[in-house]
Design a protein around this ligand. Sequence first.
Ligand SMILES: [Zn+2]
Length: 227
Amino acid sequence: MKISNQVIEDVVREVSGDNVIPLVKLLKNKTNVSEFVLAEKLEIEINSVRNMLYRLYQANLVSFIRRKDKKKGWYIYYWTFNAKRIKYLLIDIYKKRVERLTDKLKLEEGHQFFICPNKCVRMEFENATDFEFKCPECGELMLLHDNSDKITELKKDIIEHEAKLKNALPKEKKVIVKKEKVEPKKKVVKKKVVKKKVVKKKVVKKKVVKKKVVKKKVVKKKKTAKK
Ligand SMILES: [Zn+2]
């Protein structure tokens, strides 16, 4: 999958917090950026920059080299953003979200919930008995909550996140299968010209397939009409 800037920001935000985003924007597509340059551009203290960089470093989102400043005699750290790490973190994030949603679903499916008609609180049956089914906030009698909508929503969320996870996972196996199918065709035809011919053939094939599909559909319609 393609890693867009938006995805990079979302992952960084989730892993290292919102306030590192401007820093990451400065680091992106560059290598070995001095931490002093970062502090100057962000107009913040060097210690704040180091704190942010440390958080990114913990998530393996940045790497550094250090060089001794000849004049001042101390070490300066130069930082590089590790963009390749994003897709692995993304997979982790989706996995965790699926797990969290699945836990929630189990909880909703396996328990009865009681809710205050004024919507102050919602709690499990066991807790509601402790309050004798009276809302601890307003004293109204709590009612059994129909959570079927919530369950439906959770299931939908799980399916969506599982699809995102599947999309984020590397597709090596599928690529290998495709290569195997294409290779024999390439061997038959000569080099250079191959690409153009193959492309043309593919286009023609696609058109043919479409026509076939249309015909089939027509046939099916006729059949159903007869029935
Ligand atoms: Zn209440």
